[in-house]
Design a protein around this ligand. Sequence first.
Ligand code: GTP
Length: 239
Amino acid sequence: MPKTKYKRVLLKLSGEALAGENKTGINSQVLGQMADDIVQAIDLGVEMGIVIGGGNIFRGVAASAQGMDRASSDYMGMLATCINALALQDALEKKGLATRVQSAIEMAEIAEPYIRRKAMRHLEKRRIVIFAAGTGNPYFTTDTAAALRAMEINADVILKATKVDGVFDKDPALHPEAEKFDQLTYIEVLKRGLKVMDSTAISLCMDNKLPIVIFNLTEAGNVARVISGEQIGTIVSHD
Ligand code: GTP
């Protein structure tokens, strides 16, 4: 089995990415590609937890900006992550991977409740654990849920999947001259207001010295590349 840089990882997937060109909903082709990438990474022998967002179905922050009660809209966003978690579970199981979905909001007919010790056992048995419903609390993003779960399962790193190659000094979609950072510290991210993750998630990672690798998921094979230790994307850490 090839050697990997990390033994246990927390992969953070965005809900929006699942929509592909459709912008909303779930694009089965994109979902299939994500699953292929995950299969490739798992074949390297890594243990993986996954947190997936829900923005392709419902964006709590956007709805609250339009006047909806923030807590209600955040709960709707959490439910959206459950739909994506089940879709991802289905796609991964079709490729032969063992998975378990654990939800931070109890819905026993649909998913296991989040129980940390059970999640750890699943991971030890090489099952992918998909953590649904964020942290179960409004006002917390799925990035914060990813940081929290990563810490709880003793992950070595958070792999934050995006549509671009890493973290840039400006939005690369608007500024072609934008420069990519290979390495950043948590403090630099916070001071420069770089849009890596929200400040709660970054602070949590900083306080617990959990590195974050931001990489491009639209390029096939990148999850495995990061796990193998290839220097792609941007790494955010203490030094
Ligand atoms: P082991 O303890 O290692 O055998 O793990 P396991 O997950 O295979 O055992 P378990 O009997 O807990 O689960 C069997 C199946 O039922 C798995 O697909 C679980 O995801 C599912 N499952 C377990 N608990 C719940 C629950 O509370 N709700 C739902 N919907 N499914 C559950």
